[in-house]
Design a protein around this ligand. Structure first.
Ligand code: E4P
Length: 232
């Protein structure tokens, strides 16, 4: 099994560039990335992206904060394209579990990406509400956990084990912080990892010899000391 690489970005020009890369299997966006990309009209901006990214899976997130809004937005987003996954936060901003929304949409056959997952308890609750025949991504925010001093590997490993018999359900390593996370994701046989473009660029260059790494490092220090005209 191969760990698929998704690109975590909403910027139109970057998606155009990265969509051409064979190493990139799909894309993930979120409202913060959309804002960063300068999107003013969520629907128009997403549809512009979909004119470029026609085949590879891409997730667009709902931003409604209650059951009705989430379901309504999910129906609309789902209609934007066959390759679209509707991203549903596992809870709303008040911490209320989105189980009813997930259950309804999943049993209607809508492809979902359940996002902002941090615990195995959440994974278990989500699984209870999924139609196992509907393609679904479960996004575990590894980097944000690590940023708070929590080891994301146990949750990821348990979750991967829990879905191993369900072909349509995939665990996604979200919130990637460094290129080595790709190696870790492969080691634990995680289905997907989503990475910012800068990290994908590093992964593309994997395989440099230690000898060359050492020479490059020393060269960089030398160049900077020259640029600053250091003298002792
Ligand atoms: C996943 O789909 C999210 O968009 C993403 O990985 C969040 O990453 P961040 O923690 O870097 O914002």
């Amino acid at each position: 099994m191969r760990t698929k690489i998704f690109c975590d970005i909403a910027d139109f020009k970057t998606i155009k560039l990265f969509n051409k890369k064979r190493i990139v299997d799909g894309f993930t966006t979120n409202p913060s990335l959309m804002r960063l990309a300068g999107a003013k009209n969520y629907k128009n901006y997403s549809q512009r992206i979909l004119k470029i990214c026609k085949k590879k899976p891409i997730s667009f997130e709902v931003f409604g904060d209650n059951f009705d809004e989430m379901v309504d937005q999910a129906y609309k987003i789902n209609k934007w394209g066959k390759n679209v996954y509707v991203k549903i936060p596992v809870v709303n901003s008040k911490g209320v579990f989105s189980g009813k929304v997930i259950n309804k949409l999943s049993f209607e056959g809508i492809k979902l990406n359940i996002t902002a997952i941090y615990t195995y308890e959440q994974i278990k609750k989500v699984l209870k509400n999924l139609n196992k025949k509907t393609p679904t991504i479960l996004s575990i925010f590894a980097g944000r956990m690590a940023d708070k001093g929590k080891d994301p590997l146990p949750v990821l490993k348990q979750s991967i084990k829990a879905v191993k018999d369900f072909k349509k359900i995939e665990i996604l390593w979200a919130s990637t912080r460094e290129a080595y996370n790709f190696t870790q994701a492969k080691q634990i046989r995680c289905n997907i990892i989503t990475m910012p473009p800068s990290v994908i660029n590093k992964v593309e260059k994997f395989g440099m010899s230690s000898k060359l790494m050492t020479i490059n490092t020393v060269k960089n220090f030398l160049e900077d000391s020259k640029k600053s005209k250091f003298r002792i």
